[in-house]
Write a protein that binds this ligand. Structure first.
Ligand code: IFM
Length: 445
């Protein structure tokens, strides 16, 4: 199966997961620096203090991208590296570091794709209310403006937020990610502020970086009821409204999903202003889609959250080491659904990949299970493109084994192994890296 001409092939990472250098060159603290220091929050007490040390080793990483044939690199900017206090004067040393990375990528023929927020909110903004406050959305737009002014002459691909659903649900409803709140109802206020941050930032980026293409990355998955062979149950539709449509309908259709519109209004309270949906619904140039699995839910008696995720019970279900079901057809169904329901916008898969644990053996890392996963998902992506979905590119998650949030370094998604055990952080390309390089070279699977 061929991918469309001009298809973008990339690899993705995020600042806190790979950079390290958590307190160098004037960087301020982020909520993840703080969260990792709270006992019991991250597996094995791991932190991103050093991570892959890409802050110092980035030339090696650029070389890996180049040798793998990747045409694009999606990385995120650490807000507290650029604005240590979350507002006001920029930290020039931080901006300079990103500027060197951008130049290095361009020299290697790799297009930089910047994500402005991949979860590392400056701690000082958390102290003044974090994503519960409209003022944080306004600060984000100012920060976007600072970064776009510094790098927008060379960077033309911008993603405002990565996975606002995860920030909302894991960070503010379930308490398993920074900042660690377990407040399921007021989390809707967070969703509103995040989307507002996105909407306020888009025109600022465009003004600072003429010709820039700006998008949003959502993590999306198809949702099925327990009887997966039947049309979606009520619980499945409710989960779809809260996890998928809550971050799609306001952006594409300037409205909240009907199932939750009233609850959003009540929870967002004084943060909500007339005209917000117009701001949030500013047209975007592309949608970033992160997809790994599908979701199966059963009914629960809770009024708003009337669903409970369940593990697939059918015999042949297979899982990655995150315990996520391997469901390649879910990607196809998802892409076709986006094309159908949202006017077939240009879509980039900005993350897809699998965690499996493997070790180098004589300089070789055999990860056939990851190759199987990628082959199956890429085939379904190509199928969706062949059937009319406006799919323009694919970024694998991830270039490197890195800090997997609450799972620390225990779950590895990289095409390149990083030696944490020996502490050398040496990079060893896995079989999947070479396999994907061939797919990229042929633009077909
Ligand atoms: O590592 C994360 C990434 O930061 C966001 N999307 C999902 C990945 C795997 O969990």
């Amino acid at each position: 199966m061929k991918f469309p001409d001009g298809f973008t092939w990339g690899a993705a990472t995020a600042a806190y997961q790979v950079e390290g250098a958590w307190n160098e060159d004037g960087k301020g603290r982020s909520i993840w620096d703080d969260f990792c220091r709270k006992p019991g929050k991250v597996r094995n007490g791991d932190t991103g203090d050093l991570a892959c040390d890409s802050y110092h080793r980035w030339p090696e990483d650029v070389k890996l991208l180049q040798e793998g044939g990747f045409g694009a690199y999606r990385f995120s900017v650490s807000w507290p590296r650029v604005q240590p206090g979350g507002r006001g004067r920029a930290n020039q040393a931080g901006l300079d570091w990103y500027s060197r990375l951008v130049d290095g990528l361009l020299e290697a023929g790799i297009e930089p794709w910047i994500t402005l927020y991949h979860w590392d909110l400056p701690s000082s903004l958390q102290e003044s209310g974090g994503w519960y406050e409209r003022s944080t959305a306004e600060a984000f737009a100012d920060y976007a403006d600072v970064v776009a002014h510094a790098l927008g002459d060379r960077v033309k691909r911008w993603i405002t937020l990565n996975e606002p659903w995860v920030v909302t649900a894991c960070g503010h409803a379930l308490g398993i990610h920074a900042p660690g709140f377990r407040r399921p109802y007021s989390a809707l206020r967070v969703a509103h502020c995040l989307l507002l941050a996105h909407g306020l930032a888009v025109p600022r980026i465009r003004a600072a970086s003429p010709g820039a293409l700006v998008g949003l990355t959502n993590n999306l998955s198809v949702v099925d009821g327990v009887r997966i062979d039947r049309p979606p149950s009520k619980a499945a539709r409710r989960f779809d409204a809260i996890a998928n449509r809550m971050f799609m309908d306001p952006v594409f259709n300037r409205r909240w999903p009907t199932e939750i519109a009233g609850a959003v209004d009540r929870q967002a309270g004084r943060n909500l202003r007339p005209g917000d949906l117009e701001l949030i619904g500013v047209p975007i140039d592309f949608l970033g889609v992160n997809n790994y699995s599908r979701t199966i839910v059963k009914a629960s008696p809770l009024p708003l959250y009337s669903f409970l995720p369940v593990r697939p019970a059918y015999g042949h279900a297979a899982f990655t080491s995150m315990d996520w079901e391997i469901c390649p057809e879910g990607l196809y169904r998802l892409l076709m659904g986006i094309a159908r329901d949202y006017g077939n916008p240009p879509v980039y898969i900005t993350e897809n990949g699998a965690a499996f644990e493997e070790r180098p053996d004589g300089g070789v890392v055999r990860d056939g299970n990851r190759i199987d996963y990628l082959r199956a998902y890429l085939s379904q992506a190509a199928r969706a493109a062949a059937e009319g979905c406006s799919l323009r590119g694919y970024f694998v998650w991830s270039l490197l084994d890195n800090f997997e949030w609450a799972e620390g370094y225990a779950r590895t998604f990289g095409l390149v192994h990083v030696d944490y055990e020996g502490g050398t952080l040496a990079r060893t390309p896995k079989d999947s890296y070479r396999w994907l390089a061939q797919v990229i070279g042929r633009n077909e699977i």
